[in-house]
Design a protein around this ligand. Sequence first.
Ligand SMILES: [Zn+2]
Length: 413
Amino acid sequence: MSTFTLLFLFMLMVSIGLRLWLSFRQIEHVRRHRNKVPGSFTDKISLDEHQKAADYTVTKTRFGRWPLIYDAALLLAWTLGGGLQWLDQSVISMQFGPIVTGIIVILTFMLISSILELPFSIYSTFVIEEKFGFNRTTAITFIIDMFKGAALGLLLGLPLLFAILWLMGQMGDMWWIYTWILLSGFSLLMMWIYPIWIAPLFNKFEPLEDGETLNRIKALLERCGFSSKGVFVIDGSKRSSHGNAYFSGFGRNKRIVFYDTLLKMLNDDELEAVLAHELGHFKKKHIFKTILISFSTTFVGLAVLAWLMKNEWFYHSLGISTPSTYMALLLFAMISPVFTFVLSPIMSLFSRKNEFEADAFAAEQTDAQHLVKALVDLYRENASTLTPDPVYSAFYDSHPPAPVRIAHLNSHA
Ligand SMILES: [Zn+2]
């Protein structure tokens, strides 16, 4: 066995072991706090609601271990188990050109993988979400979403994949710089067209009706000097009763989007506070910084890939006999999460810092207590646990744990 095979197996064990350990910690921690609502929430969340959140969290976390083990087994079967090698050799024997061969191999791999993953998303939507009363998706919506997603993926992904494989084959040692420019441009383009063309394929967008709510929102936008292409409501209730709000697009193409479920959960004061928080992300340049980080990560990733693909041991140690550009790309995409999971607390830390800043912004623009009330309503309605394990949370949560976040907001009140 080569050194790289051993390193890969070791890192796979570390990341699976770490994830399982985190999931045990989370379940244990949530269970231990199940019988008592944390101090600062006693007058806002009932014991029943707190216990529902605990049970929901435990159920999801426990279920999450199955795909974890299953995915690791699949990764091994594809690589060292010879799955990809078999697929690759079968397609090579059809004697297409290198790009077409690559596209067939990658698409076949993606098709098989998504079929193998399907049972988990079906179970999570129609069993877990259903059991806790959140699911609104019908079988028909689920199937239509799946096909629309696949069609859209092909329409956008295929030309991109073709271009990347072409650059990898034709541009010599500098291919990864060109690919980086292409990928960065592509993701900016996606951000630009997502609100106008893509999101409306999945949801109905309607302008927020005139009235007190809209007036409050407009006044806030004006106060913060924020221009947008309108405030919209989407039918999130078609799929789930979880509530949400987001911004999309950039430049002059920004849209503010509220889920209809959120409008039902919150009153005008609370909605204004939630929007002020989201505006905070813009005003504090979080969106811009996030894009910058993502571009730099891609840059480093591609540089590593460019180096790896020149070494035959990279392919051989992952069960592939014939080196090729597409196989380097595919192997790299498959195994990099195994090596990067240990770094996830760094990203969470960055994200939490942003959340605190956006909360502080909201506290300046509106009343911190309105945001506290909105958050408590959201924790309750979404059955989010108030007592996550701190270590688990450091790896997985982009937002600070509820008590920490509320305490921070109260300090601004
Ligand atoms: Zn936020």
